[in-house]
Design a protein around this ligand. Structure first.
Ligand code: PEP
Ligand code: MG
Length: 552
């Protein structure tokens, strides 16, 4: 008998196959064995950490791009000399190697967790290192992505960054997690790999390994033990989707030719080929943090210039929207000595950091100016976390003052959406960051899986703020983009076009689906879907109303 589980569909597509759970972390036995040779035990412990570091580095080399950066950072933690010293100390005092490694990493974990925000998120990396080293030392199976030798649907409580970073899209048919939200790491990386995914799905871990499940990453459903007809339906939907995607190419436009630019979200030079392959019309969000995080010192202007020029040249004259550094809160900078903040997401983050460290922005703008000159690129620059028209005006002056012609701001704070008409007078364009706009509109931490329903991008309050911003853009005759995760939902993309959004920026694998969805609707239908969604009282009603309008 088939049964349905329901979660949040965060990466489109359908697939059916046998479920396999994420490898579970090894458990230390209750009884700690006695150690005969403490020196040899210390050597064994440190060698295990080095072996973990080495395997993470080789996975990084195979993964490339954003995934490689995550893995290299984790490898550096595993081989940190201070960690080795601590482990040696514990083993030297008589603890067996696996226990010494576990305890040392647990103390680091406690420090990171109490720091909160981005550092607390790194605790998952430390757990991963501990689990891998303990598995090696105890001769147990490695935790993490299983390798059953056939394609499978991966089940997990939630995926650690290192797990998602090494997913093989050819082997993993779909992902289902019990926790996680629409903007979680799992959701973003599943989209990057183009793997259908359902998160926040209670009951997922009660499915036994080997059970066949059918996953619909658009509807957010997981059918356990589907009937042969349901399996066939998943295969048919998948084939139809592939045909639909293959048929849609070129610039984004509705069936009747209304243009909606389709742009890529990029996190570094390694992501540029995927943007080009997906036929992106440009980059709508270059997250420049990749140059700054995990660094002891600020990257020099010259290093920045070279990297920006590489990305601009790689885009071959297409439009590139660069977001200036979005540090603070969940993305703290080691070299920017910020005071500990009681509430970092509401503190000195994004453009607000400029009040403390103005040279950071000037160096970045200078490097961008030089890179644009080197490459002749169509460069647009925008600031994150802008709240008032005055902040927008100051930023635009700084950008124009460096000789960069096009300055914009992100709309991520409800205050900015509410006064979008005034902001529009100060800048050349805006881009709506729906991930943060949801977080701040609903007072719901975007990392908190339990709050995922509030962070649903179909929440009518979020749609209202987007509508206000788009209306202000239309009145001013200035472009309004959406570059948060909301842009990659094909049905929502139709609604956004209907609201008057002029471009959509997303992870490259999502572009084809959105392009096909827009090509299937006239502008009038998009507008009808937008009107219907805005009038709904709940996210589910908004979805249903929009779907009915597009089919009507
Ligand atoms: C957003 O907030 O929607 C956004 C695009 O920025 P980030 O996810 O990098 O905070
Ligand atoms: Mg943001």
């Amino acid at each position: 008998m088939s049964k349905d589980l329901h979660g949040l569909g965060v990466s489109a597509g359908s697939a059916a196959g046998p479920a396999v759970r994420l490898g579970t972390p090894p458990k230390l036995p209750d009884v700690e064995p006695a150690v005969a040779d403490t020196g040899a035990e210390a050597d064994r412990a440190v060698a295990a950490l080095e072996a973990v570091g080495e395997s993470l580095r080789s996975r990084a080399a195979a993964a490339g791009g954003q995934a490689a950066e995550v893995l290299v950072a984790e490898a550096m933690m595993a081989c940190d000399p201070a960690l080795a010293t601590k482990v040696r100390g514990l083993a030297g005092a008589g603890r067996p190697a696996a226990w010494a490694v576990n305890e040392a990493l647990a103390s680091y974990r406690a420090m990171l967790t109490s720091a909160g925000g981005y550092l607390a998120e790194r605790a998952a990396d430390l757990d991963d290192i501990a689990d891998r080293a303990v598995a090696l030392l105890l001769g147990k199976a490695m935790p993490g992505i299983p390798a059953p030798g056939h394609p499978f649907v991966l089940l997990a409580a939630e995926l650690a960054p290192a797990d998602t970073a090494t997913l093989d899209p050819a082997a993993v048919l779909a992902i289902v997690t019990e926790r996680g939200g629409p903007t979680s790491h799992t959701a973003i990386l599943a989209k990057t790999f183009g793997i259908p995914a359902v998160v926040c799905c209670p009951g997922a871990l009660s499915i036994a390994d080997g059970t066949v499940v059918a996953v619909d990453g658009s509807a957010g459903t997981v059918v356990v033990e589907p009937t042969p007809e349901q399996v066939e339906q998943a295969a048919r939907r998948s084939a139809e989707r592939a045909a639909r995607l293959a048929a849609a190419h070129g610039p984004g436009r509705t069936m009747d030719g209304h243009p909606v630019k389709l742009l890529a979200n990029v996190g570094g030079p390694a992501d540029v080929p995927a943007a080009i392959d997906a036929d992106a019309e440009g980059i709508g969000l270059l997250r420049t943090e990749f140059l700054f995080l995990d660094r002891r010192d600020e990257p020099s202007g010259e290093e920045q210039r070279v990297t920006y020029a590489e990305i601009l040249a790689g885009m071959g004259g297409r439009k590139v929207v660069v977001r200036t550094l979005d540090a603070g809160a969940d993305k703290p900078l080691a070299f920017a000595s910020q005071q500990a903040e009681p509430n970092p997401a509401l503190g000195l983050r994004g453009l607000r950091l400029d009040g403390l460290l103005p040279a950071l922005l000037d160096t970045q703008l200078e490097a961008l100016t030089l890179a644009a000159k080197d490459t002749g690129a169509d460069l647009w620059v925008m600031a994150p976390m802008v709240s008032t028209p005055a902040e927008a005006a100051t930023f635009a002056d700084r950008v124009h003052g460096h000789g960069l012609p096009i300055a914009g701001v992100m709309i991520e704070v409800p205050a900015a959406a509410l006064c979008a008409a005034q902001i529009m007078k100060q800048v050349d364009f805006v881009s709506i960051g729906t991930n943060d706009l949801s977080q701040y509109t609903f007072a719901a931490d975007r990392q908190a899986g339990a709050l995922a329903p509030l962070l649903d991008p179909w929440q009518p309050a979020l749609l209202q703020l987007i509508a206000m911003t788009a209306t202000a853009g239309r009145a001013a005759g200035k472009p309004v983009s959406v570059c948060g995760e909301a842009a990659s939902d094909p049905l929502l993309a139709v609604v956004l076009a209907g609201l008057g959004v002029t471009s959509l920026s997303m992870a490259p694998p999502s572009l084809a689906e959105v392009r096909a969805a827009l090509a299937g609707q006239t502008l009038a239908r998009c507008e009808a879907a937008a009107t219907a969604a805005l009038a709904a009282a709940t996210p589910a009603a908004a979805r249903a109303a929009a779907r009915a309008a597009t089919e009507g």
